[in-house]
Ligand binder design. Structure first.
Ligand code: GLC
Length: 421
């Protein structure tokens, strides 16, 4: 009798666990380059392992548009998306709508890069898990540097000169649409990351410092902006004012630019079988702002978080832990050149073989410049929006650098009036 009860309980238990786990989870994955395909392979593997199904929701490529969409969905308390791919600078902005993952993630987080772990916490709680790390990089055409006998540029002045020489030479060689340098110049979050690199490379600070002081109005920042504005229409197409990551990559990968600023994901694509520049590309730290400047790459990257409005938070959390785990981060690094956030993977030989730049540029990643997201908290998006709009004005020659920075300082002070948080 008791055996009968035991086996009945066991069967009921199995049934219960089967029905509990058979759920559909939806995840928002970005779709830059091969990102969608690589995300799909990862979620399919989890679905197969657990018996659940996963639906991928595509999101806009522009980080700024993506955030607006997320805020709209979350403000309405919509449970349509269970797992959100969020930017490292959004954790504070979205935290109120996310599940606290501390209990599930605390055993793992110690193995992740400290800077990425930091971006996942809000007031000491783990509100997301790190998925991949980004830092701004300089992509160059090694074959063209060889052809024109130029070294990899170390300063922005070197880059400006080399880009001009190659552009002039290639145009004479019948490539009328060839450009020296492409990057992200649209008025969106990407421009914040790019312009922060220029300013930091001239030792002009990080917009708002770690103590919360607004530092952006300074002569070094103005000099950095003047240099960048000088590229537009000379070594950089005017169209850059509407470029995000993918437009810049499109020009560079078609073989129509000597240099490009982009994130690591562009490497796997540039080296892909169908790429016209396969085997001709190198990656270096972004140039310094003069001899006493520094190489500065902005820290970017993505995290995975669970919506507080998810009806299947437990399964959603399990998916997050799977995707951010070691095996999946390794697969993504090898196939898509997404930099892992798990420290031990930096000595993995398969990853190093697929992405030699990860080891060569370890300094760029460990010294990446953080945006002032933690210190400005809920206000970060407002700060960034004022910043990229001011920069866009300068690049489109509607404002002088000094004038734009002065106005920006005033606008940021207005946002800060009652403190940042
Ligand atoms: C990348 C980075 C992210 C950054 C964005 C800007 O997705 O990972 O941190 O905000 O680009 O476009």
């Amino acid at each position: 009798m008791s055996r009968l009860i035991a086996s009945f309980t066991l069967a009921a238990g199995l049934l219960a666990s089967a029905s509990v786990s058979a759920v559909e989870i939806s995840i928002s994955c970005s779709a830059l380059g091969k990102e969608y395909e690589i995300c799909k392979q990862g979620v399919d593997a989890w679905a197969q392992k657990t018996g659940n199904t996963v639906k991928i929701v595509s999101t806009p490529n522009s980080a700024t548009e993506r955030l607006a969409l997320y805020q709209q969905l979350l403000a309405a308390g919509a449970g349509d998306i269970d797992v959100f791919q969020i930017d490292v600078v959004w954790t504070g902005i979205l935290a109120d709508h996310l599940v606290d993952l501390t209990a599930k993630g605390q055993g793992e987080i110690g193995g992740h890069l400290p800077a990425m772990a930091e971006t996942s916490r809000v007031n000491g709680k783990l509100m997301a898990m790190p998925w991949f790390a980004d830092a701004g990089l300089l992509y160059y055409r090694q074959d063209l540097l060889d052809k024109y006998k130029r070294p990899v540029p170390q300063t922005w002045a070197d880059l400006t000169e080399t880009a001009r020489i190659i552009q002039e030479g290639e145009r004479k060689d019948d490539k009328g649409d060839f450009w020296g340098y492409v990057w992200q110049g649209r008025a969106y979050e990407g421009l914040t990351t790019v312009a922060l690199e220029w300013i930091a490379s001239y030792n002009g600070g990080t917009i708002v410092d770690e103590k919360g002081e607004i530092t952006v109005e300074n002569p070094k920042a103005a000099e950095a902006l003047k240099t960048a504005a000088g590229w537009v229409g000379t070594i950089t197409p005017e169209g850059v004012l509407n470029y995000t990551e993918e437009e810049a990559r499109g020009v560079f990968q078609a073989g129509n630019a000597a240099f490009m600023r982009n994130w690591p994901y562009a490497w796997a694509l540039a080296q892909g079988a169908d790429s016209t520049i396969k085997g001709k590309v190198g990656i270096a730290p972004l140039p310094k702002g003069g001899a006493d400047g520094r190489h500065a790459g902005t820290l970017g990257g993505q995290l995975l978080a669970v919506s507080k409005y998810s009806k299947n938070a437990e399964a959603a959390t399990d998916l997050v832990m799977y995707l951010t785990g070691e095996a999946e981060q390794k697969r993504r690094a090898v196939e898509g050149s997404f930099n892992p956030t798990i420290v031990s993977l930096y000595s993995d030989t398969d990853i190093a073989k697929a992405n030699p730049f990860i080891g060569d540029l370890a300094d760029v990643f460990s010294n990446a410049v953080a945006r002032p997201a933690t210190v400005t908290g809920q206000n970060y998006n407002k700060v960034s929006t004022e910043f990229f709009n001011a920069i866009h004005q300068v690049l489109s020659k509607r404002s002088q650098p000094e004038q734009a920075l002065n106005r920006l300082d005033r606008d940021l002070k207005r946002i800060k009036r009652n403190g940042w948080q």
